[in-house]
Write a protein that binds this ligand. Structure first.
Ligand SMILES: *Cc1c(COP(=O)(O)O)cnc(C)c1O
Length: 222
């Protein structure tokens, strides 16, 4: 079933859009099935769970951290994480840099923007993000690389609202790119779209979709 779901989603992806298979709360066996079907990029939202999976699964898997990252846990993922999607403060970015420096790594990061109407989602507002980038401190952080932006739309059936939120992030991406990263080829990722809204996200310019339940089935939590 997992292999079939994967194949279906991959067949819908235009060139330049990559799939992060969100395997949180699913066992190794589920990941192994996706792995055998060719999937190498997986997303997790808990540090301990991701680290345990990293240690027990094939080493050519690319692990993306998509959850809310706590400062005191950064050190556990820094040795192996391929991309951190949810950087939502300068402090967190500086802390990732500090841990990455200790391990002599450069860690790729995305800045998370708050685009949904819900109060609960994490992320910078557009203005907070502009302020953070204008202040310029991040330019001295030699062990992180800001590779793009990430956002989550409101959890709603209103496709127009979802589209509007994704489009606002896409236009902000261009503003950030042209203002602060005009010559950085590595600033190119726009992580948006989940199981219920990845079509809208792709239409709005997503380069990384994070899809879980549509591949692995429903999770028993939340
Ligand atoms: C869980 C999660 C996803 C995947 O959600 P699905 O609805 O299962 O596709 C994507 N992004 C983030 C940040 C998540 O926490």
């Amino acid at each position: 079933m997992i292999a079939k779901n994967l194949k279906q989603i991959l067949s819908e992806l235009p060139e330049g859009v990559q799939l992060v298979a969100v395997s949180k709360f699913h066992p190794n066996e589920a990941i192994e099935e996706a792995y055998r079907a060719g999937q190498r990029v997986f997303g997790e939202s808990k540090v301990q769970e991701m680290t345990a999976k990293y240690e027990s699964l094939p080493k050519d898997i690319e692990w993306h951290f998509i959850g809310h990252l706590q400062s005191n846990k950064i050190k556990y993922i820094v040795p192996y994480v391929a991309l951190i999607h949810g950087i939502d403060s300068y402090k967190l970015l500086a802390e990732v840099n500090k841990q990455a420096a200790k391990m002599n790594r450069t860690v790729d990061c995305l800045l998370q923007l708050h685009i949904a109407r819900e109060e609960t989602k994490f992320g910078f507002s557009f203005d907070e993000c502009r302020e953070m980038l204008s202040s310029g401190g991040w330019k001295k952080l030699g062990n992180i690389r800001i590779c793009g932006l990430m956002g989550m739309a409101t959890n709603t059936d209103n496709a127009e609202q979802i589209k509007a939120e994704f489009c606002s992030l896409e236009s902000f991406f261009h503003e950030v790119k042209s203002t602060w990263f005009p010559d950085e080829g590595s600033f190119r990722e726009l992580s948006m779209g989940m199981s219920h809204d990845y079509h809208e996200a792709i239409a709005a310019g997503s380069t990384l979709i994070r899809v879980g339940s549509k591949i692995f089935g429903e999770r028993n939590y939340q």
